[in-house]
Design a protein around this ligand. Structure first.
Ligand code: P71
Length: 460
């Protein structure tokens, strides 16, 4: 396009009203929710940036697919369409539908992981880590050093540290590493992309030791767009060509269709290995459903298939990545500490700098999350020591997470620029008054994935 203004590559046909609440009402809502925004009814949220997962606006063609879904128990027409689109994009031989990403993880890791097993990743997301640990395995993060420093710019901050990977394999023994994973984009460290070169190098190390490589592919198209923009040799390739090459280096993938497939539910597990696929289908049939629907309705399979085709549209990705960058850019201009560069699906505030007077054990990220809701009705999520901090098994001493972040995840095709301008205004005000932010303590927590249900109290 000749003009510099990047516009939404869609028109809005259906709208959903937003209820406005007052600051006083939100104060009460927070108290009732134990200062955990996961406990707040969505109706009481003005701008919901909790997650980009399952919160996408579907297209008219996806909704048409919902009507057109074939709800046959076995061999549904919608399954065959879904399977053929997934095969076209990933090239994997076996495609196993599941109800969402963590179901794919659960199936995969209940087969390959277990006590004494190690699964390296650039950085595991919380559900991936939890599913590995749930079966007694060890989830290992091997990001590049730049990947854990919020203020260091690197074009592919999601990369895995290939040298550390090889050292790790030598140390633990290839027989104890059933697979290596790469999360594209790397959600836990800022929605950062992984370069094609890194994927290729990780593949080479895997080949050297005979270990399969799996992609956690939730945001594969956003990752591909960054490759096109930032990696030499890819500027003239189509998104489809880039994603095809990305998948060509892997033996399989887990995928949450709630992200880049624009669906509200769904996912899949895909792989080339016949024996592994057989085992996976056996678990699937016990826990999810028959292999041609796997925990989904036929209509969901249609919506996912359609969404997967739409996300390869470069005009969409230009708009998507630019709108996330816009939010980061304006915050940086206003002096708000933001993880750089901004990710594909979210902007991450650097809570350590934002609330530097709150120590990690008092959860600076949580404090900001609470304040953004109180002041502006904005729901964000802490990705720091609430989500990943732990206690030493022997001493009980608090071990903080490497970074204290607040994620502002942008649902796909949902909010307009004025919604985002409002978000910028609210964050700027909270930042201006940052000295007043208080630390928090956890007063109740579940033994696993505690961030979803924990209850907090402010420390006076
Ligand atoms: C996200 C989510 C969903 C979520 C998780 C925890 C708190 C709030 C929201 C889910 C992912 C993901 C990656 C890289 C696997 C899953 C699980 N992300 N891998 O970012 O980001 O997929 O949700 O479909 O089970 O908000 P699932």
């Amino acid at each position: 396009m000749r003009f510099k203004t990047i516009i939404e590559p869609f028109k809005i046909k259906v709208v959903e009203p937003i209820k406005f609440t007052t600051e006083k009402e939100r104060e009460e809502i927070l108290k009732k929710a134990g200062y955990n925004v996961f406990n707040i009814p969505a109706e009481d949220v003005i701008i919901d940036l909790l997650t980009d997962s399952g919160t996408n606006a579907m297209s008219s063609k996806q909704w048409a697919g919902i009507m057109d879904g074939d709800e046959s128990y076995a061999g549904s027409k919608s399954f065959y369409r879904f399977e053929s689109v997934v095969k076209k994009i990933t090239g994997f031989k076996h495609v196993i539908p599941v109800h969402q990403g963590r179901a794919a993880e659960k199936i995969l890791f209940s087969i390959v992981a277990g006590p004494g097993k190690y699964i390296p990743n650039n950085t595991h997301f919380d559900t991936t880590r939890a599913n590995i640990e749930f079966v007694g395995g060890n989830a290992v993060d091997l990001p590049i050093p730049e990947g854990t420093q919020p203020d260091v710019w690197h074009p592919f901050k999601g990369n895995m540290d290939v040298e550390r990977l090889e050292k790790f394999i030598k140390e633990k023994g290839a027989e104890n590493i059933p697979l290596v994973m790469l999360t594209v984009t790397n959600n836990s460290n800022g929605g950062q992309p992984v370069s094609m070169q890194n994927i290729r190098e990780v593949r080479e190390v895997c080949d050297k030791y005979g270990i399969p490589l799996f992609l956690d592919a939730c945001r594969f198209a956003e990752n591909a767009y960054f490759i096109k923009k930032r990696e030499k040799g890819y500027e003239n390739k189509s998104i489809f060509e880039i994603t095809k090459e990305m998948f060509s280096y892997a033996d399989g993938c887990t995928m949450s269709a709630k992200k880049d497939a624009f669906a509200n539910i769904g996912g899949f597990l895909a792989m080339n290995d016949d024996e592994l696929a057989l085992k996976a289908r056996n678990v699937l049939i016990v826990t999810e459903g028959f292999p041609t629907y796997g925990g989904l309705a036929g209509r969901d399979l249609e919506a996912i298939a359609q969404g997967l085709e739409e996300v390869l549209d470069e005009n969409y990705l230009v708009y998507r990545i630019r709108s996330v960058e816009y939010l980061a850019e304006k915050l940086i201009e206003r002096g708000v500490p933001v993880l750089i560069p901004p990710g594909g699906h979210a902007v991450y505030l650097d809570a350590k700098k934002f609330a530097s007077h709150i120590p990690p054990e008092q959860f600076p990220g949580q404090s900001i999350v609470v304040e953004l809701y109180r002041v502006g009705g904005i729901r964000s999520v802490e990705i720091g020591s609430v989500m990943f901090g732990r206690k030493d098994k022997e001493t009980g001493k608090f071990i903080p997470h490497t970074m204290e972040l607040v994620r502002l995840a942008i649902p796909r095709r949902v909010y307009t620029q004025s919604h985002i301008d409002y978000v910028i205004e609210v964050i700027t005000e909270v930042h201006r008054n940052r000295d007043k932010l208080k630390g928090y303590k956890i007063v109740w927590e579940a033994p696993i994935l505690r961030h979803f249900t924990a209850r907090f109290e402010p420390i006076d």
